[in-house]
Design a protein around this ligand. Sequence first.
Ligand SMILES: [Zn+2]
Length: 400
Amino acid sequence: MADLLADLEPVGRDGGTGGFRRYAWTRDDHELGSWFEAECAARGLAVTEDRAGNQWAWWGDPDATPGRAVVAGSHLDSVPDGGAFDGPLGVVSALLAVDRLRSRGFVPARPIGIARFVDEEGARFGVACAGSRLITGKLAADRALGLADADGITLAEALRSAGRRPDDLGPDPQALARIGTFVELHVEQGKGLIDLDAPVGVGSDIWPHGRWRFDFPGVADHAGTTALADRSDALLGLARLVLAARTAAERNGCLATVGKTRVQPGGVNAIPSAATAWLDARGSAEEAVRAALADLTASAAADGGVITEESWTPVTRFDRDLATRLATLLGGVDQPAPVLGTGAGHDAGILARAGIPTAMIFVRNPTGVSHSPAEHAEPDDCEAGVDALAAVLADLASDS
Ligand SMILES: [Zn+2]
C-alpha cells in the first residue's frame, strides 16, 4: 500500500501546500492513467477504455458472460490541494485485493474488474463524476464538450490536446452491461467510523447534493475616483451570497458552501465588473437543500444575480441487500460492520442510479478531514480496507 501510494506522490504535487492538483485531461492526469495501465499490465490484466476515457482492467473476460463482472475501483484525480487518499485509496486497494486473492490461489467464477474513473472531482470543468455521468447518459456529450475551465479551455479542446477525439464521448451501455456488481472503497470523508470505533464500514446512501453558479453584474471603474454612490460593484452581491449561504444552511438544517469565486477584472484598484460564485449544497433531506436554495435565489436576485444549476443529484440509496450482505461478511452475523451514509458524492452513486447493484466500503479517517492535504488514513486501517475488499470480491465473484 505504502509503495503504491508513494509511486503516485510526485504526480500533481503542489510544493507549497503539500496537497495534490490532479485535474482532468492534463499532463498529470495522463501520467495517472499511464501508471494505472502499467500496474494492471504488471498483473497481466488487460485494460480497456470506455467512451468517456474511464479505464477498466479485467481478470477474466467480461464479454464471455456479460452482466456478471464484479468490479472494484475509484478515481485518481483530485480537488485543488486535495489529499493523498481520496480516490487513490480505492484504486490501490483494488489492485492489492486482486494480488491477495491470487496469492491465495482464488479462482473467480465471475470476471473481476478494476475501474479507474476520470474527472470524478470536477475540479477543472465543474461537473463532478463526469466520467461516470457520461457513460450512463446523465451528462450529455454536447453539454460536456462545451464546459470550460478557468482559462476558458473547453473540454473538447482539452480532449484534443490530450490526443483524444471529442466525438467519442457519449453513453456507453456496452461498458455498463459488463458490470454485475460495483464496489467502491473510499477513505471516509467524515467522522462516522471514529464515533463507531470501526476501521471499515459499508455505505447506505449518498445525500442529495448539487452545484450552482451565481453570476453578479457590475461596472468596472476606477477605485480612486468613483464615488461610492456611483458604483456598481459586482462583488457586493457575491459577498452577501456567501453570508446568506451560511444563514440559509443553519436555518434549513443542511450544508452550503461557497468554495470558489471569480472576480473580474481582478485588479486591486478596479471596481469589480463581474463576480461569479459557485455554491455547493447538500443535506440528508432534499427538501432542506431546496429550501436553502430558494432563500439564496431570492437573496441573489436582489443583487441582480443570475443562478445556473450546474448539477443536481437526488438522494442515492445503495443496494440494501448488498449492503447487508457486505456488513455481515465483514463483521459477522452477530456484529455486522457499521452501515452509514455520506454527504460526499462518488462514481458509485452514479452507477447505483443507473441501476447497477452498487456498494461502498469506507475506511476510517482519523481526523475526518478530506479535500485537504491533511486528509489521512492509518496504515492498519488501509490494510483492513484491502482485507475487506478482498473478502467482498471473493464472496461476490464466487457466485456462479
Ligand atoms: Zn473521491
